[in-house]
Write a protein of this length. Structure first.
Length: 124
């Protein structure tokens, strides 16, 4: 199932960031399919079952591809198109993940400041 792998990769990347593990870049992943001549991003289960699929994982800042998994046949021209689209999709996912990480970090910092501020008031 291609949809599980991208989800696991994205979740693992977020878990490492949440744990404070230093990373040079997010590792993001997305599934793609091809319907007739139209590439589709982030496939649903029925789409995965009926279409040629590709899973792409990349490091969006550098554009390096860390995974390209395909279990169906596809013409090389379509493969290149889908791979490029997948890398672009990974960059969009990274931007969304980064917004969530920054919002969470802001919340954690605010809570820590509230606790430390309350402690300072009690000590004084």
């Amino acid at each position: 199932m291609p949809g599980i792998l991208p989800t696991a990769i994205n979740a693992a990347s977020l878990a490492l960031i949440d744990a404070g593990i230093a990373m040079l870049d997010y590792v993001t992943s997305i599934s793609l399919g091809l319907h007739l001549t139209q590439p589709l991003l982030d496939l649903s289960a029925p789409e995965e079952a009926d279409l040629p699929t590709l899973v792409v994982a990349s490091l969006p800042n550098s554009g390096k591809i860390t995974l390209a998994q395909m279990e169906t046949r596809l013409h090389v021209d379509r493969f290149e198109e889908m791979l490029t689209l997948g890398v672009e999709g990974c960059a969009v996912i990274k931007a969304e993940m980064e917004q969530v990480v920054k919002a969470r970090t802001k919340t954690v910092v605010e809570r820590m400041e509230a606790i430390t501020g309350a402690t300072r008031v009690i000590e004084a």
